[in-house]
Design a protein around this ligand. Structure first.
Ligand SMILES: NC(=O)c1ccc[n+]([C@@H]2O[C@H](COP(=O)([O-])OP(=O)(O)OC[C@H]3O[C@@H](n4cnc5c(N)ncnc54)[C@H](O)[C@@H]3O)[C@@H](O)[C@H]2O)c1
Length: 415
């Protein structure tokens, strides 16, 4: 019989529930036993969906952390709570699956390494794209030398116009004073992928970008502060009514906080929810466009363009790898990887054919849960060590420092 790991989770938002669902769907590897959230509705959803014992569902962290509840702890609370929850978990002896970013504060990210070494348990940061088949395929092609020596990477992070409005104007990651700067919240995956693909640590970084559009002065003449009161409700593409009821952006937990989102409960929630606010009248400060340039220690260079202003529902990345003997294009929007070895016919791989599971992050959510299992069984550190994850965060913090200094070149202070 295979080993079954028991799992607990603190923070039952989209992410926590997603991982628990993956575990629940794999009963030969995992058993979900305990959860904690300060939101009673979310606690009830998890208790019901994962058939949990009432006595192991906690509405406060003090009781939850009184003792160790399982082998694994999933930390999927908000950005600034991760480190505190990880340290409590390490002390109790958990191996931890921690959501990214590790923290929105650089000192906290650096400081987590010491307790992790001291207590000796694993912390696996959710850089899910490393486990998404399309991104893994690109890594295999590069490492096999398919396009010769890698010279340069071009990465576009297409956030998507409504995803920007939902998460980074109205939602949880709108204000860097409360959570994380955009380059960390949205692009620490890109930083992680770029250092992974380059096979090298980043040496220097420079970045420019700003909040161009979602500001009070851009509110159209006569617009109201809430979409439901606004004369542009049916013509504005950023209208909450359009986004959640026509475009079909996921409103389940964030907007209505229910198991199912319907037109009725969405319209009711938009009367008072922060997600019903005009995008030009929010308390947001994170950027909507940013360009970052990187040089890696082995000479590879990379460029990352992050933009809100892309016409896709839930975003998607386009990466181009330029090598001495060819080019590889990974395009999540076109759903293809194109391998163009110089002097040969192009090969087009359909990304759908690489996916064996329908899930979020192009197969990455299921992939990381599978990899976690193998990692816990093994004495090897695996590909997503805490140190590797810290590296991507240091790149993001340096990029933000550069942006705030008008694009100054910053040399990374490695951990
Ligand atoms: N890996 C990825 O690609 C990815 C994608 C999106 C978000 N994230 C990250 O995942 C994390 C969670 O995101 P989400 O969308 O699920 O957010 P969310 O706000 O929906 O969920 C967080 C949950 O934590 C709960 N919580 C807050 N403080 C708590 C406490 N002290 N004790 C117990 N519960 C508490 C909240 O009630 C909420 O239910 C964030 O850090 C986010 O940046 C990662």
């Amino acid at each position: 019989m295979e080993k079954i790991f028991t799992a607990s989770c603190i923070g039952l938002g989209h992410r926590g529930i997603e991982y628990l669902q993956e575990m629940y769907n794999t009963p030969n590897h995992y058993k979900v036993v305990s959860v904690c959230d300060i939101d009673k509705k979310r606690l009830d959803i998890a208790k019901h969906d994962f058939k949990l014992d009432e006595s192991l569902c906690f509405d406060n962290e003090e009781d939850f952390f009184k003792e160790k509840r399982s082998d694994i702890l999933i930390v999927s609370t908000q950005d600034r709570d991760h480190v505190g929850h990880c340290i409590k978990g390490l002390k109790l002896g958990y191996d931890i699956l921690c959501e990214k970013p590790i923290s929105g504060l650089e000192n906290e990210v650096r400081e987590l390494v010491d307790p992790q070494r001291k207590y000796g348990h694993k912390i696996f940061v959710c850089h899910v794209l490393r486990y998404a088949p399309a991104f893994t395929k690109a890594k295999k092609l590069l490492d096999a030398g398919t396009i010769g020596q890698l010279v340069m990477i071009d990465d576009i992070e297409n956030v998507g116009f409504f995803h920007q409005a939902h998460s980074f104007v109205r939602g949880c990651w709108r204000n860097s004073n409360e959570t994380s700067p955009m380059i960390l919240a949205k692009c620490c995956h890109d930083m992680d992928l770029l250092t992974w693909y380059a096979n090298s640590r980043c040496k220097s970084i420079s970045s420019i970008g700003d909040l161009r559009f979602f500001k009070h002065e851009n509110q159209p003449e006569g617009a109201a502060d809430r979409c439901l009161d606004c004369k542009y409700v049916n013509s504005c593409p950023y209208s909450a009514v359009y986004g959640y009821t026509v475009l079909g952006f996921n409103a389940r937990l964030s907007v209505v906080n229910e198991r199912v989102a319907s037109k009725e409960n969405i319209m009711e929630a938009l009367k008072t929810s922060p997600y019903g606010r005009c995008v030009f009248k929010c308390d947001n400060n994170v950027v909507d466009n940013q360009i970052t340039m990187m040089r890696f220690e082995n000479g590879v260079t990379a460029n990352l363009r992050m933009t809100a202003f892309t016409n896709c529902k839930a975003g998607g990345r386009i990466l181009k790898f330029y090598g001495t003997y060819g080019q590889i294009d990974l395009d999540e929007l076109a759903n293809t990887i194109t391998v163009g070895v110089f002097g040969k016919e192009k090969e087009i791989i359909n990304i759908d054919n690489l996916l064996d599971l329908e899930d979020g992050h192009g197969g990455g959510d299921a992939g990381i849960i599978r990899e976690l299992y193998n990692n816990l069984l093994s004495t090897q550190p695996g590909s997503t060590t805490l140190a590797a994850s810290v590296e991507s965060h240091l790149m993001a913090f340096a990029a933000e420092e550069s942006r705030l200094k008008g694009g100054e070149l910053i040399y990374i202070k490695h951990q």
